[in-house]
Design a protein around this ligand. Structure first.
Ligand SMILES: [Mg+2]
Length: 230
């Protein structure tokens, strides 16, 4: 397949956000004695539920990012019957640890380096702007990518069409010249294809009838390389 521009999602597409999140929470669990009576997996599962819900509310504009940052740890601690007033200490320590665990998804680095030899590429990510900027820096995306777009800077989150409109304008191509590689069905695949982009869905849970929304469904980056014919 041939495209003129390829955008990548960052978290859980190129970088293993989920693993970094779990490792960061393991560090948190070990660091604060209040977690002594609970197991690590309970913290990981509880945080995951609370955080997903908070991001959903944030993307709808129902909570601010400051509320999200507070709520996700305050509510996690509440649900675990722990001292929720420590949400700030726990949250700050978590962010510090989370950053130490960033790494590529298996096979993604090699594929990405190959793609940038053949295509102009960009990053298009949700997430907190200053955190995502640190990732761009650490993984050299400012040098290797032609454009980086953080939806928070645009003012709305994916799948809002405004984010895709902004990224399309930056790329300087028509929507159907662009391929978006991402892991989220709603934010990336549905959001991108609604705007007229082609999409490649990185997932191990692809199934009918969701599959037809993406031009490629893959769970191994070598499949993406094969699909692009490079
Ligand atoms: Mg993602």
């Amino acid at each position: 397949m041939s495209y003129n521009f390829i955008y990548f999602d960052l978290d859980d597409t190129l970088l293993d956000h989920k693993a970094a999140e779990a490792s960061g929470l393991r560090d948190v669990h070990q660091h604060f004695s209040m977690f002594d009576g609970s197991d690590t997996q309970t913290l990981i599962d509880t945080y995951h539920d609370v955080n997903s819900e908070q991001w959903r509310l944030y993307s709808q504009g129902d909570v601010t990012r400051e509320q999200l940052q507070q709520n996700r740890f305050e509510q996690t601690l509440q649900r675990m019957d722990l001292d929720a007033s420590l949400f700030k200490e726990v949250g700050d320590y978590y962010m510090q640890c989370y950053r130490d665990h960033w790494q590529w998804i298996n096979g993604a680095e090699k594929a990405y380096q190959q793609v940038v030899q053949y295509y102009p590429v960009g990053m298009l990510t949700n997430g907190f702007a200053e955190t995502q900027r640190l990732k761009f820096k650490k993984f050299n995306f400012y040098d290797s990518a032609d454009h980086v777009v953080i939806s928070e800077d645009v003012g709305v989150l994916k799948p809002d069409p405004k984010v895709f409109a902004h990224a399309t304008e930056l790329a300087g191509f028509a929507p159907d010249d662009i391929l978006y590689v991402g892991d989220s069905l709603t934010s990336d695949i549905e959001g991108g294809s609604r705007f007229g982009w082609n999409t490649a869905w990185f997932t191990s849970n692809g199934d009918h009838p969701k599959d037809h929304k993406a031009d490629l469904v893959f769970n191994d980056f070598e499949e993406l390389i094969k699909f692009l014919g490079i």
